[in-house]
Design a protein around this ligand. Structure first.
Ligand code: ADP
Ligand code: MG
Length: 486
């Protein structure tokens, strides 16, 4: 099978739907909130009563512009809305208001790691605004399907990628990147389990070297990024098997069964919907001008890709450190706060990724719940980077005490704990003399050529000084004195 698989190239394009974090719905002032009691966030507009009129939510437009700018897309100046018609119990109006021919954003790209860990651009075809349908619930009542219309009319952005993705891992990385981006932009909470970020995957395979793409299959219903990857993996194997057996892949929509790890046919192309798109007569065309785009640009937060480049290229941090730092927006912002008060970037990154993140993980909390503010962590960073306290003294002694007393100054804590390193030459040379006197055998062996014994003697020195000697200073002094004896 592995050999067979290598004959094929995988082609994937993803359609991601992101529910906007707006106060109200896309075209009405119904509350947009997840988890409310069913059918409470509904008015005559959400219910599609005749005679009601939609009103455009400005926030959605701004969100779309933000996302478009972040993806280097073109923002269209003239747009109109369209009706996408179909019949379903959770769609009271009988149509969704969407953007068909004039999406707000076109073109652009996202930088994503391929499955070899190399960065590449995945093209963005379009980003458009639309509204969600209600939710049909099939598994609560034994006999009937229940309908919750709280979601009907919630604003969505749909982000359609070019068929540029070449493996399930790359698809995983792409969705992770989209989720990170909408979270940084504060336009969507990115929660796939609750359905506020959803992904449909279009998958095809072709023989390597073939000119045309193979027939694509669209897979829906994945409720985690891991499941997007699993569904794609299954689909790749299934399609290759069909082709290897002399068959043809049929164009269809399939659903993913997460328990069994398989995709199942939902509807074929012949049964595909004809949505009868036509212009929405109840909404005015939308004009976006340059000043409006500039205004949104000014409000854009730092984006993960920019921070990543700053950390690696400007600060010289490793790819690994930079990736970890920007992975979570609030960790990155905390890091930025620390850096306002210390020049010691690498020590700050180590302390944040090591001690602070360790503490967050152990207690299963977010950085927003971390008791110590960035300014006090910066003081701790300075304390150790300036050599006043050893790194282990800072992390193992001062840090736990700082957690207990988050307002205390780390210097006071270090003094109280007696872990300030001695750096004056006099006291360190006393420790050196003391160690040489009390370990004559090892000193003789060092002189006779066992140079590695300097490690043992340094250990003794740290013991004698009760950990307070700065090893960076003590080590060369010890070597010098030993070499003078030789
Ligand atoms: P449809 O008209 O069926 O909705 P689109 O052309 O709008 O198809 O594309 C939908 C998604 O499918 C896009 O993300 C696109 O990149 C992707 N796509 C298109 N053709 C293929 C293909 N042959 N294999 C994989 N993905 C594809
Ligand atoms: Mg489409």
């Amino acid at each position: 099978m592995e050999n067979t698989r290598e004959k094929y190239e995988v082609v994937i394009g993803l359609e991601v739907h992101a529910q906007m974090l707006t106060k109200t719905k896309a075209y009405s002032n119904d509350v947009n909130e997840f988890g409310s009691h069913p059918n409470t966030n509904v008015s005559v507009v959400s219910l599609g009563h005749p005679g009601t009129l939609p009103v455009m939510n400005k926030q959605t437009i701004e969100n779309a512009i933000k996302l478009g700018l972040a993806c280097h897309s073109n923002i269209a100046s003239n747009q109109y809305f369209a009706r996408k018609n179909y019949f379903y119990p959770d769609l009271p109006k009988g149509y969704q208001i969407t953007q068909d021919k004039t999406p707000i954003c076109t073109g652009g790209y996202l930088v994503v790691k391929d499955d070899q860990g190399k960065y590449k651009n995945v093209g963005i075809t379009r980003i458009h605004m639309e509204e969600d349908a209600g939710k049909s619930i099939h598994d609560v009542d034994v006999f009937d399907t229940l309908v919750d219309l709280n979601r009907a009319g919630v604003p969505l952005l749909e982000i359609v990628s070019e068929p540029d993705i070449r493996s399930s891992q790359e698809a995983y990385n792409y969705v992770t990147e989209v989720r990170k981006l909408v979270r940084y932009l504060d336009i969507c909470d990115g929660n796939m389990e609750e359905g506020s970020l959803r992904c449909d995957a279009n998958i095809s395979v072709r023989l390597i070297g073939a000119k045309e793409f193979g027939t694509k299959v669209e897979v829906k219903n994945m409720n985690s990024i891991r499941n997007v990857q699993r569904a794609i993996e299954f689909e790749i194997s299934r399609q290759i098997e069909v082709l290897e057996n002399g068959g043809e892949v049929s164009q269809e929509t399939r659903g993913f069964d997460a328990l069994k790890g398989v995709t199942v046919s939902m509807r074929s192309k012949e049964a595909a919907n004809d949505y009868r798109y036509f212009p929405e007569p109840d909404l005015q065309p939308l004009f976006v001008d340059q000043p409006q785009i500039e205004a949104v640009k000014k409000e854009m937060p730092a984006l993960p890709r920019e921070l990543y480049l700053k950390y690696t290229e400007e600060f010289g941090l490793s790819e690994y450190d930079a990736t970890n730092l920007v992975d979570n927006k609030y960790i990155a912002l905390y890091f930025e706060e620390i850096l306002k008060e210390t020049p010691h970037i690498k020590t700050a990154a180590n302390l944040l990724m090591g001690e602070v993140k360790g503490y967050l993980n152990k207690n299963a909390i977010e950085i927003s719940e971390f008791p110590v503010n960035a300014s006090n962590i910066a003081k701790l960073v300075n304390l150790t980077a300036d050599g006043l306290v050893s790194y282990s003294g800072a992390t193992q002694s001062v840090f736990p005490e700082l957690i207990k007393n988050p307002e205390s100054n780390p210097i006071s804590i270090a003094k109280a704990l007696n872990v300030i390193q001695e750096s004056d030459e006099g006291s360190i040379s006393n420790y050196v003399k003391q160690v040489i006197e009390s370990n004559p055998t090892e000193v003789q062996r060092y002189i006779a050529g066992e140079k590695q014994l300097v490690g043992f003697l340094m250990g003794q020195l740290m013991k004698v000084s009760q950990g307070k000697a700065d090893p960076k200073q003590a080590n060369p002094m010890l070597r010098k004195m030993l070499d003078e004896l030789s």
